[in-house]
Write a protein that binds this ligand. Structure first.
Ligand SMILES: Cc1cc2nc3c(=O)[nH]c(=O)nc-3n(C[C@H](O)[C@H](O)[C@H](O)COP(=O)(O)OP(=O)(O)OC[C@H]3O[C@@H](n4cnc5c(N)ncnc54)[C@H](O)[C@@H]3O)c2cc1C
Length: 259
C-alpha cells in the first residue's frame, strides 16, 4: 500500500548543544489543519541522496500534539546522511515525511512511571511530559509520579534542562534526574550511568519493586508501575535487564531503540 507522504516546513530552529551539534527543530505541516499523533510516536523523514536513492530515517516527535505542528530533537551523526540534512535545514526549508508511526506511547491506565533516556532519546520523553503537564490546559498526570532519569556525557549536552526543571518546580509529582557520565570538576549533580540512578529511585521507593517470595516467582501484587526507555540499544538492554532482575514483568517495560 502506498503511504501518504506529507511536506513539513521548518518554522524554527534552536541549537540545543554546540558540542553535540544537537538541534531542536519545529515543523508545521501546511496541508493539514491538525497533525494527529500520540506523544512518543515517531515520523519517518524521506529524502533522495546524492546517488538518487530514497533514504528514510525515523525521528521521535519531541512534542505533544499541537495544531499542525511537531518538533524534533536531532543530533549530527558524523558522516551520516539524514541527521546532517536535518541539522543543516534553515527556516522555511521543506522536507517530506510519513507517519506518525510507532507504539512507544503512554499506555492506559496511567501508573507511577520511570522515564529513562540518554542523548536524543529524551525526544519522546519531552513529548510525554508536554502531554502530561501542559502549560495551557489541565494537568493530565492524574497525580501519578513520573521520574525522568536522563543520562548524557557532559553538562553542555543536557537537552531541554530548563524546561524539565521548570516542570519539576511546578509539579511535585514530576521528578527530573539528570546524570553525567563524564562530569567536569565543578559538577555537583549526579554522576555515572542511568542504571545506577534507576536503582536509587527504586531503593528510595521500595513500593515500586515487586516482592519476591523466597524460591518462588516475583509476586506481582503491586504492578502499578511502568518504565519507558529510549536511546541506543546498549543502554536500553542494560536497563531492561536490570528491571527484570529486580522482578519487573516485561509488560511493564516499554522501549524504543535508535540503533
Ligand atoms: C524509532 C527511532 C526514532 C529515532 N529518533 C531519533 C531522534 O529523535 N533523534 C535523533 O537524532 N535520532 C533518532 N533516531 C536515529 C535516526 O533514525 C538515524 O539513525 C540517525 O539520525 C542517523 O542517521 P544518518 O542518516 O545521519 O546516519 P546514517 O547515514 O544512517 O549512518 C552513518 C553512520 O552512523 C552510524 N549511526 C547511525 N545512527 C547512529 C546514532 N544514532 N548514533 C551514532 N552513530 C549512528 C551508522 O552505523 C553509520 O556508520 C531514531 C531512530 C529510530 C529507529
Amino acid at each position: 500500500m502506498e503511504r501518504k507522504t506529507y511536506t513539513a516546513r521548518l518554522i524554527n530552529k534552536l541549537l540545543l548543544s554546540e558540542s553535540a551539534q544537537c538541534f531542536h527543530l519545529e515543523f508545521e505541516v501546511p496541508e493539514l489543519e491538525k497533525f494527529s499523533f500520540d506523544a512518543g510516536q515517531f515520523v519517518s523523514m524521506v529524502a533522495i541522496d546524492g546517488l538518487g536513492k530514497h533514504q528514510t530515517r525515523a525521528y521521535s516527535i519531541a512534542s505533544a500534539p499541537r495544531s499542525n505542528r511537531f518538533d524534533l530533537c536531532v543530533n549530527r551523526v558524523e558522516g551520516g546522511f539524514f541527521s546532517n540534512l536535518l541539522c543543516d535545514l534553515e527556516p522555511d526549508a521543506k522536507v517530506e515525511f510519513h507517519g506518525p508511526h510507532g507504539l512507544f506511547v503512554l499506555r492506559p491506565p496511567l501508573m507511577d512511571t520511570i522515564l529513562i533516556a540518554t542523548g536524543t532519546g529524551v525526544a519522546p520523553m519531552r513529548g510525554f511530559v508536554e502531554h502530561l503537564f501542559p502549560s495551557r490546559t489541565e494537568d493530565r498526570s492524574e497525580g501519578k509520579h513520573f521520574w525522568l532519569i536522563y543520562g548524557t556525557r557532559y553538562q553542555s549536552e543536557i537537552y531541554y534542562r530548563q524546561y524539565f526543571e521548570k516542570i519539576a518546580a511546578e509539579h511535585p509529582n514530576f521528578h527530573y534526574i539528570p546524570a553525567l557520565s563524564r562530569p567536569h570538576d565543578g559538577w555537583t549533580g549526579l554522576r555515572g550511568y542511568v542504571q545506577t540512578h534507576v536503582k536509587d529511585v527504586l531503593k528510595d521507593h521500595p513500593e515500586m519493586v515487586p516482592e519476591h517470595t523466597p524460591g518462588g516467582p516475583a509476586n506481582n501484587s503491586r504492578p502499578q508501575l511502568r518504565a519507558y526507555i529510549c536511546g541506543l540499544n546498549e543502554m536500553v538492554s542494560a536497563n531492561r535487564d536490570q528491571l527484570k532482575e529486580l522482578g519487573w514483568d516485561r509488560k511493564q517495560i516499554h522501549f524504543e531503540r535508535y540503533d
